[in-house]
Design a protein around this ligand. Structure first.
Ligand code: A2P
Length: 289
């Protein structure tokens, strides 16, 4: 598995398994299967409600393979409702680590740029990092304004920004900013939830390469330096999604896929902001204007 190097020197696998929307009872089996099939990067979040399943799946996968925790790269995220209070973030992480059956994560991310709260949350992440409970820290869904504001306040620069990115959604300003700052980009929904799998351009290139449409999309992303975390509950697809290092796309093919950009970004998080209700993570209200 190819790896990228984060700005603190930590090596991060370039392909991993995402478990967004995977029900708790399915998660353990899915994660164990992934570990048995040589996935090392697993990406979860408190908001997904399946950290316990990830912990069980990792334990089962390690037992079945004889691998050790250090062979894996585990990511989780800070729940919006826990943001904005130093102690609450630290307590939440202790509970999340217990659910994950580990005493550290490889990467800990702020899940969303919660208005007026993310700089306080970041202070807690910096100490969590210093204390060794996270080997790297970062953010998700931060745009240039959020990152600029964070960098003005931060002592430790984020190592990763995980954003929505796929052939339909490019976020060029955020991408350029992160590349300039050596903040590693990671793509969530790298297959755009499966919506481009029957696209003629993707299929034409897939056929020419002897690869699947999903592999072509993921290859397009890793060739731009992204880490990708496609989600699949099917073992054949999991294997397929990790098998993207034996071919490449030329400049014309990269450009042809780039033309599929529709800016069909689920930009609800730019149009809305969190209501401030700590119990209502999905409780967003429209920003004025
Ligand atoms: P499934 O879990 O049934 O395999 P994204 O990661 O962009 O959110 O996309 C996830 C969606 O894409 C899921 O519906 C998943 O379905 C599907 N998917 C994942 N990998 C593949 C693949 N290699 N081929 C076809 N569909 C895939």
């Amino acid at each position: 598995m190819e790896k990228v190097k984060l700005n603190n020197g930590l090596a991060m696998p370039q392909v991993g398994l995402g478990v967004w929307k995977v029900p708790l009872d399915v998660t353990a089996k899915m994660v164990a299967t992934a570990v048995e099939n040589d996935y090392t990067l697993i990406d979860t979040a408190k908001q997904y409600g399946n950290e316990q399943g990830v912990g069980q799946g990792i334990a089962a996968g390690l037992a079945a393979t004889g691998k050790s925790r250090d062979d894996l790269f585990l990511t989780t995220k800070i729940f919006n409702g826990d943001q904005g209070d130093y102690d609450r973030v630290r307590n939440a992480v202790n509970q999340q680590l217990a659910a994950l059956q580990t005493d550290y994560v490889d990467l800990l991310l702020l899940h969303w740029p919660v208005f007026n709260r993310y700089n306080t949350s970041w202070k807690a992440l910096e100490d969590i990092y210093r204390d060794g409970q996270a080997k790297a820290i970062g953010v998700c869904n931060f745009n240039v304004d959020h990152l600029t504001n964070l960098l003005d306040h931060a002592e430790i620069k984020p190592m990763v920004n995980q954003i929505e990115f796929n052939p339909r959604i490019h976020q060029p300003d955020t991408v350029a900013f992160c590349q300039g700052q050596h903040i590693q980009l990671e793509a969530w929904s790298p297959l755009g939830n499966g919506q481009l799998l029957d696209n003629p351009v993707i299929n034409k290139i897939a056929k020419a390469k002897g690869k699947s449409p999903a592999q072509v999309e993921l290859r397009w992303e890793i060739q731009q330096g992204f880490v990708v975390i496609p989600k699949s509950t099917h073992v054949a697809r999991m294997k397929e999604n990790a098998d993207i290092f034996d071919f490449s796309l030329d400049a014309d093919e990269m450009e042809e896929i780039a033309m599929l950009d529709e800016e069909k970004h689920s930009i609800w998080y730019q149009k809305f902001r969190w209501s401030g209700n700590p119990d209502g993570v999905d409780d967003y209200i429209a920003k004025p204007g």
